[in-house]
Design a binder for this molecule. Structure first.
Ligand code: ATP
Ligand code: MG
Length: 559
């Protein structure tokens, strides 16, 4: 994939350019990102953040962060904090302080009163079943409920008393009086307010009536003077309703434009389902590195740049489509390849002794940190007579094409010497317990005058200097490409049983003792890793961010 391909404009950019050219809103561009604080942000939100903040950046505009907190039941300040942290981490800054739809509750109430005064809203005592039954279907027009013809005075009085808490929850609703035979069901007298005694995370118990999302959302945009209200396609049918409210209330005309939401295979993205995974203990919290949340990606070692690049590669579409998880992983690798320090860690260790290397001798070898980054310098790695190598890099009876170690074979140790394998021993279970080699003293990397040849290069760790750590290897959380595809089945049946592998006896080079959370490492030949926030000085824990190449397709017989 070529990341430097010539950029073509997407339809949102074209629209804003046209608006600017036509002097719409005096050339002002103000977008917003409007999360509901009822869960942690996921990669779909990341996409929306990149689109909204990205457009504003591109056209010299600004972006508001507005919490759409009209549903008191599911919201929580924990989510507010996590959302703010995630947006900042992705590298974006919102305009001023964060905003809350709940700050507009007074204004929204006043707007509702205005609509009643214009004869455009009424209080309905019907139950939700009755309202649904009267609403008809897309092919059958709706019928008015008996309350539709209430007088303005009566509606004003009843609405004020709804607010004052005179009626029990659910006893009455306020509805817009639009068109019961509209082919657009959203225009068949939609609900504007409901009675609900629930504690709100910001307004406490001040209100017993709450605006419906569809009544709050468009007007919140308007109150803030949002010029380009960008949202996902499922709201396309709501747009005529938002426009109706704006027109009847004669308020700032924010214009909504829809784009296709991001769908990714091998995962689920709805917050409701993610919450189930957390609450039922299928994962260890919202930031479990297998989750598709931004906080999980951060913990897993994805860089913000890789997520932004992914969003850029996906682009914005007008039709729904599914993006391959492999594209996200590709973006992660592409960025980590540039920024990761190369280090050595042996995940499945077996002991190797260099019989002609003096006992007690220690040599410091200089190994470059990142061949992709000339600025990154080099570090000293201790070398000694006893080393760990990967068990899989030795074969007792190797086939011809095996360029690693076996009896009588030569191999180079990364940044060090060429070894010749002499013999090995096994333990009582028949497992290789020790490999014995000799080394060519004049074959040192960088100053090799030995003339000896070796086809393969292995990573290694000096046993007396090794640091023992824990490694958590993550794989995709679901083994089915579309865990939601079969409505008969619970998506949790498709959880990949091998999505987490914990290795407790991993040895790494001593430089990693000072590894830091937020830094990226490439364990040579093994994958990209990062320190987990759970780590302590005496118990280092590394997460595998992503393998070095896409092994999923191969392993699962795809492509
Ligand atoms: P979910 O269904 O996962 O709970 P949501 O749409 O209810 O998501 P909100 O908090 O309401 O979540 O969304 C905030 C913003 O993020 C909205 O503008 C929404 O359109 C956008 N968004 C949510 N999911 C996606 C997605 N998969 N792709 C692009 N944008 C998304
Ligand atoms: Mg939502």
């Amino acid at each position: 994939m070529d990341t430097e391909k010539v950029e073509s404009k997407n339809f949102l950019e074209v629209k804003i350019e046209n608006d600017l050219a036509n002097g719409v809103n005096d050339g002002r561009v103000l977008t917003r990102f409007p999360p509901e604080p009822n869960g942690y942000l996921h990669i779909g939100h990341a996409k929306s953040i990149c689109v909204n903040f990205g457009l504003a950046q591109k056209f010299g505009g600004k972006t508001n962060l507005r919490f759409d907190d009209t549903n008191p039941v599911k919201e929580d300040t924990e989510y507010v904090e996590s959302i703010k942290k995630d947006i900042k981490w992705l590298g974006f800054e919102w305009e001023g302080e964060e905003l809350y739809a709940s700050d507009y509750f007074d204004q929204l109430y006043a707007m509702a009163v205005q609509l009643i005064e214009k004869g455009l809203a009424y209080v309905d005592d019907s139950t939700s079943e009755e309202i649904a039954a009267h609403k008809g279907s897309p092919t059958v027009p709706g019928k008015p409920t008996p309350n539709r013809s209430r007088s303005i005075e009566e509606n004003l009085d009843l609405f004020a008393r709804m607010k004052a808490g005179e009626f029990p929850d659910g006893a009455k609703v306020l509805r817009a009086k639009i068109d019961l035979s509209s082919p657009n069901m959203h225009l068949r007298d939609p609900l504007m307010y409901r009675i609900l005694r629930a504690h709100h995370h910001r307004t406490g118990d001040d209100w017993v009536i709450y605006p419906m999302y569809d009544f709050a959302h468009g007007q919140s945009d308007s109150i803030e003077g949002i010029t380009h209200s960008i949202c996902t396609l499922e709201f396309e049918n709501h747009r005529p309703l938002y426009d109706w409210f704006i027109e009847k209330l004669e308020i700032f005309p924010s214009k909504q434009t829809e784009f296709a939401r991001l769908n990714l295979n091998y995962t689920v993205m709805s917050k409701r389902r993610l919450r189930q995974l957390v609450e039922e203990g299928h994962v260890n919290g919202w930031d479990d590195p297998r989750m598709p949340t931004i906080s999980a990606f951060r913990r897993r070692g994805y860089s913000p740049a890789s997520i932004r690049n992914f969003a850029q590669k996906v682009g914005v579409a007008r039709r729904d489509n599914v993006i391959d998880m492999a594209l996200l992983e590709f973006s992660v690798r592409e960025d980590l390849n540039k920024v990761s320090s190369r280090v050595m860690g042996v995940l499945d260790p077996v002991k190797l002794v260099i019989t002609n290397f003096p006992e007690g001798k220690e040599e410091l070898l200089s190994i470059e940190n990142n061949p992709e980054d000339p600025e990154s310098g080099s570090r000293e790695v201790p070398f000694s007579r006893e080393l760990y190598i990967e068990r899989g890099d030795f074969m007792e009876d190797p086939p011809k094409k095996f360029f690693r170690l076996g009896p009588g074979k030569n191999v180079r140790l990364k940044g060090a010497y060429i070894l010749h394998c002499e013999d090995f021993s096994k333990d009582e279970n028949g497992e290789i317990s020790e490999i014995r080699c000799t080394y060519y003293e004049d074959s040192k990397s960088g100053s090799d005058t030995s003339g000896v040849k070796a086809k393969g290069t292995l990573h290694w760790v000096s046993i007396p200097h090794a640091v023992k750590v824990e490694v958590r290897n993550y794989d995709r959380l679901f083994s089915a490409e579309f865990p939601m595809a079969d409505p008969e089945k619970d998506f949790k049946e498709f959880i990949n049983p091998n999505s987490l592998e914990v290795l407790t006896e991993v040895y790494v080079e001593p430089a990693l003792q000072s590894a830091k959370v937020g830094e990226h490492y490439q364990f040579m030949r093994k994958g990209y890793y990062c320190l987990d926030p759970d780590a302590t000085e005496n118990h280092l824990v590394f997460n595998r961010t992503v393998g070095l190449r896409d092994s999923w397709a191969k392993k699962h017989g795809k492509k």
